[in-house]
Design a protein around this ligand. Structure first.
Ligand code: ZN
Length: 244
């Protein structure tokens, strides 16, 4: 079975459709795992949720999805995120609000746990350091865990002594899922923050036990133009081309 793992789409339709096209060009996938934050920041929340609903998928909620349906306060959001959220809430149809409201915060698929933030804090924690990874390896039982939220592709491995280390996670280089327990972040489709503005996602082939990180160029200008027309904050518009 081939599975595409997509996170932090953030209402960026051009990035999302470019990734879906890339998946098709690589032979298609049997299922999409979506790690939350379908909406906010970008100009197409309604269309992105519509597409997700039509895909064969397993989706979990991110902090922005929960805020969009009033289940999470925007108190800790920065002013740009709050402004974008107010606009986003006006765009979503009742049907898609219901869809977001039905998302769980954790899901399990075979050897994999899926969360937006981290195993110990499914929507809040940015899991970016080795120390955090070590602590989080202790709180989930599955062999592997996919996380998102930081918008940076990352992979951690746990060794026999209980120490976590970064695994080199290079674009298009296959990584075999072996004996090591792993925490894997596929990066962000719609708002990458690792300095590379291309959309980021991971493909998992369960037969060969191989995962690969892919980066996909998309029409950033098209998304930016829609954001300007929707009067979304300029800082959010500008960051897309920098990937920061
Ligand atoms: Zn996000």
């Amino acid at each position: 079975m081939r599975i595409a793992i997509l996170a932090d789409i953030h209402a960026n339709l051009a990035a999302f459709t470019a990734v879906l096209r890339d998946c098709e060009q690589r032979g298609g996938v049997d299922e999409y795992w979506l790690l939350g934050d379908l909406v906010n920041y970008g100009p197409d929340p309604e269309k992105c949720v519509e597409i997700v609903r039509r895909l064969k998928h397993c989706a979990i909620a991110g902090n922005h999805d929960l805020a969009a349906i009033g289940k999470l306060s925007t108190r800790f959001f920065n002013p740009d995120a709050v402004a974008a959220m107010e606009w986003t809430m006006q765009q979503l149809s009742p049907r898609n609000i219901d869809f977001l409201a039905g998302l769980e915060q954790i899901s399990w698929r075979g050897d994999f746990m899926l969360v937006h933030g981290s195993p110990r804090d499914p929507v809040g924690e940015y899991l970016i350091s080795r120390g955090q990874a070590e602590e989080n390896f202790r709180v989930f039982k599955n062999k592997y865990c996919f996380v998102a939220h930081s918008h940076e592709p990352l992979m951690f491995r746990l060794d026999e002594e209980g120490h976590a280390s970064f695994v080199n996670f290079t674009e298009s280089i296959g990584q075999v899922l072996g004996d090591w327990r792993l925490i894997i972040n596929p990066g962000s489709v719609g708002q990458p923050r690792d300095g590379d503005p291309r959309a980021s996602y991971v493909m998992l082939d369960s037969e060969t036990s191989m995962i690969k990180l892919y980066r996909v160029a998309y029409d950033i200008g098209a998304t930016q133009l829609k954001m300007v027309r929707a009067n979304l904050p300029m800082r959010l518009v500008a960051r897309l081309e920098k990937g920061l």
